[in-house]
Design a protein around this ligand. Structure first.
Ligand code: T3D
Length: 263
């Protein structure tokens, strides 16, 4: 038994971080935020980590903010949600988007509120068929946070983003995949093996190239074609000096599998 709200391990180039408050559907408390911050800091500093898996323990992925921490007694001042976002959710999303390795999210169950949008902040999202995505914010008078208003229209278009955000309907994992919100939906029994295969593939991939790919794709929606071409040129120049590029070309010409090191 452990009272850790976050589980963290790293082996064979694969870092794993698990949200671990299953009886509360892994909803966020201040303690969980603190432990997650520490875990992501360790992953970032671990030169052996080539890919990160983020997932949840139990039947849910994450139900967003723990609302029992938001109950206000009559006469008490309400919690400053802006301060909470500034201290916790904003840095979390930015940390996930800037890790020097690809981030896979295995959505093992319901992802609601900030939980849904933290999943969307990851690079590759695979969901179990029984999982769902709920922009639950509208049911408590809030807006989608943790990047929701940024990710949703970019991923599914404004009409669907508006419907999801204003209605708070449960979007099935299959529908999320069909709409392009996530990479894929797989049968529950296949989630672990599908994700493990992805993790092995990504742990052996040319990490710097993947991180630069993420950077370029994220830059694209706000860039002109000229600016994007400039960025591609600059990133390609950097990668052209990398050990992995040299290895990739050498392996291709020698007709052997490449041995990338992430450098
Ligand atoms: O506050 C700030 O800092 C600003 C940032 C806000 C970010 C946010 O995420 S706001 C949105 C917060 N989240 C929600 O509004 C979602 C609330 N949860 C639900 O709507 C439902 O639980 C789900 C749709 C996610 C799942 O429904 P279901 O029927 O599968 O499970 P359940 O029975 O509702 O939940 C299981 C238990 O987890 C239950 O406890 P119990 O009755 O067994 O003792 C439930 O109360 C608890 N739980 C689920 N979500 C939360 C939670 N407890 C606290 N906070 C939660 N968010």
């Amino acid at each position: 038994m452990t009272d850790a709200a976050i589980l963290h391990s790293c082996a064979d180039g694969i870092a794993r971080v698990t949200l671990n408050r299953p009886d509360r559907l892994n909803s966020f408390t201040a303690k969980m935020h603190e432990e997650l911050r520490d875990a992501l800091g360790m992953v970032r500093a671990d030169a052996s980590a080539r890919v990160l898996l983020l997932t949840g323990a139990g039947r849910g992925f994450c139900a967003g903010q723990d609302l029992s921490d938001r109950a206000v007694a009559p006469g008490d001042a309400p919690v400053d949600l802006g301060a909470s976002i500034e201290a916790n959710y904003r840095p979390l999303v930015l940390a996930l988007r800037s890790l020097p390795m690809p981030v896979v999210c295995a959505v093992n169950g319901v992802a609601a509120g900030a939980g849904a949008n933290i999943a969307l902040a990851c690079d590759i999202v695979v969901a179990a068929r029984s999982a769902s995505f709920i922009q639950a914010f509208c049911k408590i008078g809030l807006i989608p946070d943790s990047g929701g208003t940024f990710f949703l229209p970019r991923l599914v278009g404004t009409a669907r983003a508006m419907g999801l955000a204003m209605l708070g309907d449960k979007l099935s994992a299959q529908q999320a995949a069909d709409w392009g919100l996530i990479w894929k939906c797989v049968d529950d029994a296949d989630l672990a093996s599908t994700v493990d295969a992805l993790l092995v593939q990504l742990a052996q991939a040319p990490t710097r190239g993947l991180v630069a790919t993420r950077r370029a794709l994220h830059a694209a929606s706000g860039a002109t074609l000229e600016a994007q071409l400039d960025l591609e040129r600059d990133l390609q120049r950097e990668l052209g000096f990398s050990a992995d590029y040299r290895e990739g070309v050498g392996a291709f010409l020698a007709k052997r599998p490449p041995q990338f090191t992430g450098r």
